[in-house]
Design a protein around this ligand. Structure first.
Ligand code: SF4
Length: 494
């Protein structure tokens, strides 16, 4: 087989076009306008790659047709054909090209009754988007002369509980999408022709921003298309439930432009009025009552968790959020100095949960309230630990009985300032109440980074100074509970 000319469309550019024709156009002719890839996105890509590699064990012993260079998939097309001609029955990254459209399939397997195609996803269900991109792959492969008996999505079974070595047959679920593919197949050549014309015309489509900018994927041209939207805009209305797009489509960009008589729900009204007048809400009576009910010694507790597609520890499931770290500030009486306690799991493959539980029970002692910020999270995690380690269930349930929520006064809008921008998350409440305290000096400044960093360490693929990074993780989590301490102190001044 001769090497085919470079493709016009690939599966990913086709899917870009299905999301937004402008995204397809910009991706082809103005790649420089793309937003930078965030560390969180990078972590998702890396996870996808390792899940894909693991899934190959479902059909071991195959030939890998991954091209040496990402820019030379045509070599992979030739190699795939050569493998098929040579009688190979299991091919990874099998690449095909038809009518200028390239599609690579994670696994192509020949069984007694014909070829079967498998696409691997690190998600826990099959979405319409996967059915759509599977349809394009089916179209390209079958038109390249390989009839497919079936085409399936291989995805993560989140009910799998690790027990010893990873069992790939339990970790993955295989679901045929052939029926959905047959239903959509007739539209594929129409869409391909539409996208090819768009690219050959070289005229940028005039497409306004919309919900398609984040569905099904966050578009990486938002920095370009959303330039006219101010940093703080109607899209920052919290818990918007569509009011943001309604306002935008009616011509309002900022909350200050919204007319006073515009119909908003109570929560939105508080945010919008605060932005306009700069006035705060402080309900002293309710705040005082909240403070009066606190029982000392008082503990401020915060967890950090991580989850991974492939579970690291026995007795845990894919994507289960596992506590690997906590910070605890204790104050014996309202006038005492604070004491600090902390736990950070080792990354030696040993399940950290039993040690974490034992130390947390000891550090929290037996009396006094345990304050959290968003009680549902810490309560849920302690409940999980009690289920996973029933030998500790009783003392863990006693901790749950002592939990209280420092978020409550802000969630209930007993204390609201316009600086909170409609939010009651600690990352908005802290700068509004305690502007002199912030995370800016810290290397790790938010929970996702902490989570991804620890996940890399636990999975053994962290690149960096482990000792230094562990210090940074401890500093970050300590800051979370110190922020709670300072917020509470500010409430006492009301
Ligand atoms: S940001 Fe929105 S409008 Fe712009 S290319 Fe992406 S999806 Fe299209």
């Amino acid at each position: 087989m001769n090497k085919p000319p470079r493709h016009v469309l690939s599966k990913s550019t086709f899917m870009s076009g299905m999301q937004c024709e402008k995204k397809l156009f910009l991706g082809k002719y103005h790649r420089n306008l793309r937003d930078d890839i965030s560390a969180a996105q990078q972590a998702i890509f890396s996870q996808g790659t390792s899940v894909g590699e693991l899934a190959c064990q479902l059909f071991p012993g195959g030939v890998d047709c991954t091209p040496e260079s990402y820019y030379d998939f045509q070599k992979a097309v030739v190699k795939t054909q050569e493998c098929i001609d040579a009688g190979e029955t299991i091919i990874y990254e099998a690449a095909f090209q038809f009518d200028g459209v390239l599609a690579a399939m994670d696994m192509l397997v020949k069984t007694n009754d014909g070829w079967r195609a498998y696409e691997v996803k690190s998600s826990t269900s099959v979405s319409d988007t996967y059915r759509m991109d599977g349809t394009l792959q089916y179209y390209v492969i079958t038109n390249s002369g390989i009839p497919l008996k079936d085409i399936s999505i291989v995805y993560i079974n989140n009910q799998y509980v690790k027990n010893g070595e990873i069992d790939v047959h339990q970790l993955f679920t295989i679901e045929s999408i052939k029926e959905a593919v047959q239903e959509r197949l007739a539209n594929i050549p129409i869409d391909i022709a539409r996208f090819k014309k768009l690219l050959s015309d070289k005229i940028e489509p005039e497409i306004e921003i919309g919900t398609h900018c984040s569905t099904p994927y966050g578009c990486d041209f938002k920095g370009h298309c959303w330039k006219h939207v101010p940093k703080y805009s109607v899209f920052d209305i919290k818990y918007a439930k569509g009011i943001d797009w309604k306002l935008y489509n009616e011509g309002y960009l900022t909350t200050k432009e919204i007319p006073d008589d515009y119909k908003l729900n109570e929560r939105h009204q508080i945010q919008v009025s605060g932005d306009k007048t700069g006035e705060s809400i402080i309900n002293k009576k309710n705040i005082r009552s909240f403070l009066d009910q606190l029982n000392y010694p008082l503990y401020h507790l915060d967890f950090e968790t991580f989850g991974s597609a492939v579970p690291v520890y026995d007795n845990s499931r894919p994507y289960q959020q596992l506590v690997f770290q906590y910070s605890l500030h204790k104050q014996e009486t309202i006038d005492s100095e604070y004491e600090h306690f902390e736990f950070l799991a080792e990354t030696n493959n040993k399940d950290p949960r039993p040690d974490l539980i034992k130390q947390m029970i000891k550090d929290c002692e037996t009396n006094g309230d345990i304050l959290t910020y968003n009680i549902g999270f810490e309560r849920g995690k302690i409940n999980d630990l009690a289920k996973q380690f029933p030998e500790f269930a009783e003392p863990l349930h006693k901790l749950i009985d002592r939990l209280k929520d420092l978020m409550l006064p802000f969630q209930q809008k007993w204390y609201y300032t316009p600086d909170m921008q409609g939010s009651y998350s600690i990352k908005k409440v802290l700068p509004a109440l305690v502007p002199e305290l912030n995370y800016n000096e810290l290397k790790i400044q938010e929970g996702n980074t902490a989570s991804n960093t620890f996940a890399q360490m636990a999975q053994g693929n962290f690149i960096g100074d482990v000792t230094q990074t562990r210090k940074e993780l401890l500093e970050y989590c300590k800051m979370d509970t110190w922020a709670m301490v300072k917020i509470l102190e500010r409430l006492y001044l009301v």
